[in-house]
Structure formats: structure tokens, C-alpha cells
Design a protein around this ligand. Structure first.
Ligand code: NAD
Ligand code: GLY
Length: 367
């Protein structure tokens, strides 16, 4: 079992990563002195696969869980779902000392975390992420929230879990496309922070795609350790934490203009990271050879790296970027990489260059 600590003073917590880690859920909840009453919040797919076992594990450790299930998919990251969860918790009289177990992918983690942050002004919660995206990214760092009509993640908070439990075996049932989507975040950590991880991914990608636990375990642990190190220095994204958004400005805009459905998050940020790498070449001197390595790794992971847009769609994409939370004073700020393993934030990109890069994206696929 790998254990990574997220260092946040009195809100520090461990991320545990291993095979059959779920079996330790009850013991860990007891060790963290959580109260008897709790709610497992999950989605329809994950609840079907792991709900019963999770409930049993908690019950046999002396806890008294209820199950709250939302429909699988991004649409459940909404204020309507939040209201539905509040109503269930209140109907079962969950109290201030009760806690929530978020069992599922990033949608469930973000939603359940937001419910935990706000129900009765905040109750404890634990993350049991079951998708690769959630295990390497969304369950760590305390960003919780839901989408509004105006855009993704526009209502939220920073609220840290008591612990995160990543069971590698749950990844076995994750659909192939979802797994590859998670790889986009894994590759991101290599680009922004760790050249050795990037090299390891170049070497071991096929074994990772086969979900070999021996290969997956240290890679997931390394991703969590990088995120923990960054969040430990900048919990609320005053600066450094922004580097985690490499490729996300364009990626989020792609998700928005295609109506959150055509591309999975990881697919959209794959295109966004390739574009950001090219902007990095122009503005930060990222060697052309490294841009090629980045493109090649995303392509080998089976992720899209191109997007065909006509002039009107390019304008919509630019408009969508202006709505991003990271825009300040009308300037779109980008995370760029000077070399593989080192990224920095806050780079203004001239609109003309951005337009040229968006035109360049138009190579193989179309929206
Ligand atoms: P998701 O939660 O929708 O899960 C993807 C799909 O896989 C769903 O259909 C789900 O039911 C299914 N699934 C999950 N685990 C499974 C398993 N073990 N077996 C079978 N099916 C399984 O999506 P995601 O990719 O996990 O997360 C995306 C969400 O995470 C987005 O809303 C994104 O904004 C958010 N996110 C948040 C952060 C953060 O820091 N809070 C970071 C990255 C992404
Ligand atoms: N996923 C970006 C962050 O947690 O900051």
C-alpha cells in the first residue's frame, strides 16, 4: 500500500493507494474517529458494482450507513442533485457529526464533497475514488463543487476530505474510454512537474493501458504525491496550484462549445495540452522535439490531439475561454511549459497567436 500525505496543517490527510484497499474502509473510518451515522453517495454505475460491498464493510465495522445514489454522468453535478442529497440526508436525520463517503468518479467526488461542505455548515467526508481521473486528480486537494448553466464548476468550495482511499481493483471495471481519459491527467503531471515520470510513461504506457497493478500503483502514487506537494504549498490557488490547469483553458472551452458530451474531460484536455505545448514552444522556448514527444504520448494513449474548427467555431471557442474562471481583467492567462517537467502560470498569450494556434488545431478530426 502506498501512502501519500497531503500536508495542510490541521487539515492534513493521507491518500492510500493499493489493491483491495476498499477492505480497509471500516478500519480507517474507525481510526479517524468518525461517527456511527453516515451516507454513501455514489452514482448508478458504481453503486451497482461496489455499493453493497461498501455498505457491508461499513456496517460490519460498526457504522450505520444509508445509500444515496445519483444518476451516472456529468449532469448529476448540479444544484438539483445537491438538493436531492440534502433531502435524503435530512430525511434520515444525519447530524453534524455524521459523515459522507464519496464512492465513485470525479462527478460523485465533486458533488458529495460539496454536499459535505455545506450540509449543516459542513460535515466530515472521505473520498473513495473509483475512476483513474478521480484517483490521480479530483479526489485529492479539496476542490468540490457543481456546474451551473453558465459553466462548469462555477459553484464550489475548498473542503478537504479526512482521507482518500484508492482501490486499484475498482479500475478493472472502468470502461476503456474512461480509463484513457484519466491518462490525460497522468500525462499532465509529467509535463508540468516531473520529467522522470514523463519518461516512465513513454516507457510503460502499454502496460498502464493494460491496467497492470504493479505499473499502475507507483504511477498513481506519484501523481497523488505531486498534487499533494502543490496543494500543500497553495491550497486555494493563489498561484502555484494553477499549473494543474495546464491545457485546461482550451480543454474546458472545448467541453463547453461541444455541449459537455462529445468529449470526455480527459479527451478535451488532451487537445488543450497539445495546443498549450505548441504555445509553450512559441512563448517559453519548449523545444520542438519535446512538443513532438508530448503529442506522441497523447496519441499513443488513444487520446485526441486535433480538432477541426471553422471560423465561427473558433470564435465561440475564444468566447468560451473568456468565461473561464482563470480569466482576470479580461486577459486569458495560460499555464505554459519551458521544458518537460517544468511549467509556470500566469502567461498572457496574445489573441492573434491564440487564433493562429486554434487554426493549427484543425488538422484531422472535426467537431
Ligand atoms: P465520472 O465521475 O462521470 O465517471 C466516469 C464514468 O465512469 C461514469 O459513468 C461512472 O459511473 C463510471 N465509473 C466510475 N468508476 C467506475 C468503476 N470503477 N467501474 C465502472 N464504472 C465506473 O467522471 P470522471 O472522469 O471520474 O470525473 C470527471 C469529473 O471530475 C468532472 O466533473 C471534472 O470536472 C471533475 N474533476 C474535478 C477535479 C477536482 O479537482 N475536483 C479534477 C479533475 C476533474
Ligand atoms: N484539478 C485542478 C486542481 O485540483 O487544482
Amino acid at each position: 500500500m502506498h501512502v501519500v500525505k497531503v500536508p495542510l496543517e490541521d487539515r492534513s490527510y493521507p491518500v492510500l493507494i493499493g489493491t483491495d484497499a476498499l477492505a480497509r474502509l471500516g478500519t480507517l473510518c474507525s481510526r479517524h474517529k468518525l461517527n456511527r451515522r453516515c451516507a454513501i453517495i455514489s452514482d448508478s454505475n458504481v453503486a451497482r458494482l461496489y455499493g453493497k460491498r461498501t455498505k457491508q464493510l461499513l456496517s460490519s465495522a460498526g457504522f450505520d450507513p444509508i445509500m444515496v445514489t445519483v444518476r451516472a454522468g456529468e449532469k448529476s453535478k448540479s444544484l438539483d442533485s445537491v438538493r436531492g442529497c440534502y433531502d435524503e440526508l435530512a430525511a434520515h436525520r444525519l447530524e453534524r457529526k455524521s459523515f459522507i463517503v464519496a464512492l465513485g468518479g470525479g462527478v460523485v467526488g465533486d458533488l458529495a464533497g460539496f454536499v459535505a461542505a455545506t450540509y449543516l455548515r459542513g460535515i466530515p467526508f472521505v473520498q473513495v475514488p473509483t475512476s483513474l481521473m478521480a484517483q490521480v486528480d479530483s479526489s485529492v486537494g479539496g476542490k468540490v463543487g457543481v456546474n451551473l448553466k453558465a459553466g462548469k464548476n462555477l459553484a464550489g468550495s475548498f473542503y478537504q476530505p479526512r482521507f482518500v482511499l484508492c482501490d486499484l481493483e475498482t479500475l478493472e471495471t472502468l470502461p476503456e474510454r474512461e480509463f484513457r481519459s484519466g491518462l490525460a491527467e497522468v500525462i499532465k503531471y509529467g509535463i508540468i512537474y516531473d520529467a522522470a515520470l514523463f519518461k516512465r510513461l513513454e516507457r510503460d504506457l502499454e502496460k498502464l493501458i493494460q491496467r497492470d497493478p504493479q505499473t499502475l500503483s507507483p504511477v498513481i502514487a506519484r501523481c497523488c504525491a505531486i498534487k499533494a506537494e502543490i496543494v500543500g504549498q497553495d491550497e486555494t490557488e493563489g498561484g502555484l496550484r494553477a499549473i494543474l490547469n495546464f491545457g485546461h483553458t482550451i480543454g474546458h472551452a472545448i467541453e463547453a462549445i461541444t455541449g459537455y458530451g462529445k468529449f470526455l474531460h480527459g479527451e478535451a484536455i488532451s487537445i488543450g495540452q497539445v495546443a498549450a505545448a505548441r504555445l509553450s514552444e512559441r512563448l517559453r522556448g519548449l523545444p520542438k522535439h519535446d512538443v513532438g514527444r508530448i503529442e506522441c504520448l497523447f496519441a499513443r494513449a488513444g487520446l485526441p490531439i486535433h480538432l477541426r474548427l471553422n471560423e465561427a467555431q473558433r470564435q465561440r471557442l475564444l468566447d468560451a475561454m473568456m468565461l473561464d474562471k482563470k480569466v482576470s481583467g479580461g486577459d486569458i492567462k495560460f499555464v505554459l511549459a519551458g521544458r518537460i517537467g517544468q511549467a509556470s502560470h500566469g502567461h498572457k498569450v496574445p489573441t492573434a497567436l491564440l487564433r493562429r494556434e486554434l487554426a493549427h488545431l484543425a488538422e484531422r478530426t472535426s467537431v
